[in-house]
Design a binder for this molecule. Sequence first.
Ligand code: OOG
Ligand code: MG
Length: 253
Amino acid sequence: MTNQEIAKILDQAAKNAKTVPQMAEANKMTLAEAYAIQRQSIAMREQRGEQITGYKMGFTSKAKMEQMGVHDLIWGILTDEMEIQQGETVILSGWIHPKVEPEIAFRVSKDIDKQLILEELPEYLDAMAPALEIIDSRYENFNFSLEDVVADNCSSTGYVIGNWQPLSSNISNLKIDLIINDEVVESASSAAILKNPLQSVVELSRLAIQAGVIVKKGHVILAGAATKAHFLKQKQTLTATVESLGKVIFKTV
Ligand code: OOG
Ligand code: MG
């Protein structure tokens, strides 16, 4: 199969909420080809009128790497179609086997056009917020190789951002909880995200520059989940709380 054909299969799988088999091994897909397929599938979304709203980092914590059996940082692309408002009720039937995970989001205040170091971030970011990400792998049983998940835009499906707060550079030990209904199902420190979630933005700047991508002013960056993800079920209230940043909520039917 060509990269374009694989991109089309993955795009349609997401659009129609139908699983597809993994394709990387059979097609001897390299990581570079997987990212090319990811970009081609996003181009198909753009042709339908979707706009890029930001980027997400993945597998930035041990908990996520272990849960999914993949051991390398990845990045994916977010679009406006994936944006969910705080408090919104989402319909699960439009997805395959969605999971939810707690995240920290950053807002870009100046185009990122070079590889940044930690000390430069306050010049490029102006806000941070608690967030929830919905991931929905297009592969059967949520199983994939590194190349497969990258080609599938890193399972990107939905994201909810809480109220923006001023950026603080001292965020390497904040308590993060994932709460389903009234039960805390996961709890971690933000240190689980590369020892400091801001390091995730440093890594994104490196990957973006390598790929020739400029992360634009106004874009959102998800730093990657600090905990495992949980499958969504109907009639749930999902909450993420991040110490000193507050909480963000959505519901399912
Ligand atoms: C891939 C997405 C990983 C994260 O925060 O680590 C991710 C997946 O787990 O399906 O979003
Ligand atoms: Mg995530």
